[in-house]
Design a protein around this ligand. Sequence first.
Ligand SMILES: [Zn+2]
Ligand SMILES: [Zn+2]
Length: 337
Amino acid sequence: MPRRRELGRGERVIAGLWRLRLPLPFPGVPHCNAWAVAADGGIVLVDTGMHEPGSMTELERAFDQVGLSFEQVRLVVCTHAHTDHWGQAATICDRTGCEMWMHPNHEHGFAGAADPDVALARRLEIGRQCGVPESALARYAEQAKGGPSGIARVIEPDRELVAGVSIKTDLGAWTVLETPGHAPSHVCLFQAERRLLISGDHVLGRISLYFDYGWTPDPIGEFLSSLDAVDELDARLALSGHGKPFLEVHGHVEGNRGLVGERLDATLAAVAERPRTALEVAPAVHGGPLTEANAGWWLSETLCYLRHLELAGLIASESDRGVERWAAALSPSRTKP
Ligand SMILES: [Zn+2]
Ligand SMILES: [Zn+2]
C-alpha cells in the first residue's frame, strides 16, 4: 500500500514569522520546512521545498493556512543547494518575478541537476572506491536512472549569500553566517536583537548528520568550525530545515560535536587492526548494517570521517585496483628514515 503523504501545513511561530511545513517523498524524512518572514508588506521566503508533482500546491496550501500568498514573496533565500531547500526556487521566482539568493559554492547541488548522468557516474565511481560490489552498483544505477531530480530548473542566484550580506525584514536585519560542512553552500541566518537563528540543516532539533563528500577537502573539519561559529552567536530559538523550532541551541551544538567525536573514534577503532574499505567501516561507525536505503548516506559520511582522520595524520589509505583501503598510520618513530 502506498505511504500516505503528508500535506503542506502553515503555522505562525511569532508575529511576522511563519513555518511552512512541506511534504517530502523520503522514508524517514517526511517533511522539510520553509520559513516566511514579513518584510515591507510582503515576505522573504527562506527555502522552498523540493520540486515534484503537486509540490507547489502543498506550498500554496501552507501559505493559505496562515493567510499568505505567492504574490507576497519579495525574495527567495536558500540556506543550501539540497533539493528540499531550493528545488522550487525557479518556479517561485518565475511566478513572482523575485530574486533568489544563495551561497556561491553550490556546485555540489547544481552539477547533479544540470547533468544527472555525470552525477550518477560520479556516485558509482565513489561506490567502487568504497568497495561496493559491481552487482550492487548496477542495481543502484538502474533505480537511480530516470528518477526525479527534485529541481524545477537550475537558476543562478541573483546575489551571493556570503558573510556581510544582510536580509532586511520587519523583524530586523538577518546576517549571513557561512556554515559549510553539511553542504559546501550552507549558510545560517541570524537576527541578533531577537537571537533568532534560521539554522537550515546545519543544526537540527533531532540530531542527524549528513555530509556532502568530494566537493571540499574536509567536510568534518568545516562542520566542526561551523558549529563553533553558531555557538558563539548565543541564539535563543532555532528554526531548522526539518522538525519543530527548538530552544537550547548550545545543547544541540554540543550534541552534534559529541556525535561526530564518537563516530570519529569508531572509525579509528575500525581500521586499527587491519586495512579496511569504507564499506567495511560504515556499519561499525553507525552501529548497524548497510542497506540499499542507507548506503549512499552512510558511505559519504564514513568517507568524510576517514578523510578527516587522514588529514590529521592518524590514518592512511592505499588504493588497490580502484578500491581504497584505510589503516592506522605508522607513527613517526616506527617509520624508517
Ligand atoms: Zn541538506
Ligand atoms: Zn534538508
